[in-house]
Ligand binder design. Structure first.
Ligand code: ZN
Length: 187
């Protein structure tokens, strides 16, 4: 087992104070489980970043992943300061996504991750197709553009970060792939 989750808070779906309180209660138990096992959490958070930061402040939590991040640069900095990783998904590629774009610029290299959140969050250029893992290239390209980096740099550092947070050994390196089949820069 590499992680616990995904789990977290979704106040877009939970609108009553009772259901929100229930989410908080369950998430507290999952935080305890993470502390007990030392495993990272994959954290889902929609419209609940303030309460999430408060919960994470209560007690130290193993370095965890904020999956498909949608919060502000300020929240991202706060979470990074507590040792967590920020993972960006297809919402980063949406026109006018100012808040998450600012967050993507604020996260230091060593805390950056990317994901597709397949089957959700199809990058705009791929719609109406269903999302799939191969579209990770779109997220990497957008992050590279926003951070003034190359796609290779983003791929290398997010691969390293992913291995670190999930304690995964390195079975291969990026350059082990055949360039003709995996040249993401020419797309
Ligand atoms: Zn989620």
């Amino acid at each position: 087992m590499r992680a616990i989750g995904e789990c977290g808070l979704d106040f877009l779906r939970a609108t009553s104070s009772e259901s929100r309180a229930h989410q908080v209660e369950v998430f507290r138990a999952q935080l305890e489980l993470a502390r007990h096992t030392g495993l990272p959490l994959s954290i889902h958070c929609v419209k609940a970043h303030g309460p999430l930061v408060e919960l994470l402040r209560e007690r130290p939590t193993p370095a965890s992943v904020m999956h498909a991040f949608s919060g502000s640069a300020e929240i991202a900095r706060e979470l990074v300061g507590a040792g967590h990783y920020i993972s960006f998904a297809g919402n980063l590629c949406v026109q006018g996504a100012r808040r998450v774009v600012e967050a993507a610029r604020a996260v230091p290299d060593e805390r950056l991750l990317l994901e597709t959140d397949t089957p959700d969050q199809t990058p705009p250029a791929r719609r109406p197709a269903a999302n799939e893992p191969a579209f990770i290239v779109d997220i990497a390209a957008r992050l590279a553009e926003l951070r003034g980096a190359s796609i290779e740099e983003i791929a290398t550092l997010t691969l390293d970060n992913g291995r670190r947070v999930f304690s995964v050994e390195a079975p291969f390196a990026l350059h082990d792939f055949d360039d003709r089949d995996h040249d993401v820069t020419s797309e």
